[in-house]
Ligand binder design. Sequence first.
Ligand code: DC
Length: 231
Amino acid sequence: MSTDASGRVLVAVDGPSGSGKSSVSRSAAQQLGFDYLDTGSAYRSLAWFALEQGIDMHEAGDVIDLLEDFELRLALDPFDREVFVGEANVTEAIRGTRVSAAVSSVARIAGVREWLNDRFRLLMTHGDHDNPRPGIITEGRDITTIVAPHAQVRVLLTASDEVRQARRALELGEARDNVSAIVTERDAQDMRVVDFMNAAEGVTVLDSTELSFEETVAALVSMVRAATSSR
Ligand code: DC
């Protein structure tokens, strides 16, 4: 298997909400024995922390000041879903509507993105010292373009609007009509920051509209295997 300078296989996956990128990336990492990094949960954890501290998220300087005290602990083990901020287990809270409504506000602050991107790059390079794995799948919105444009495998995971809204509704246990406005609005806000709907040069589009979950995972796993065995 070919690796980057750090000796690890880097896989970058981007996509809009409801594309299934988190569950697909996690499952592919489990099958490959790779680390898994969900960058969206880092943005969500920071939004949780800002809400907790009563920070006005429209004040970029206040959010940036908060980073000094932001102790994020994200497991890279794809079987471990727990996320901590300091001693607080925020695994459930960061998926709630309160955080979902606030997260775009912190994600649009350039200083926040640079700070988090540095953390992501360190995690991608070094992984988990106690449990080294041969590679890492990192997913988000700007991984193929900004965070790791040098990754050996770069994938944009997409699905039709209808399918994405239906998947989000199923995930949240809500009617599709209730979810579609929220998904569309959040995507529109996030799209102002990074373009995750169009593949950058060298990025492979994996369209899951017609694929089952297992088929999508299998497609990603075989892309990783093909790319890493052919060099
Ligand atoms: O993938 P998600 O829904 O958990 O992402 C949460 C938010 O974080 C979403 O509003 C987009 C933002 N995000 C981002 O701007 N860049 C990333 N690399 C990952 C997430």
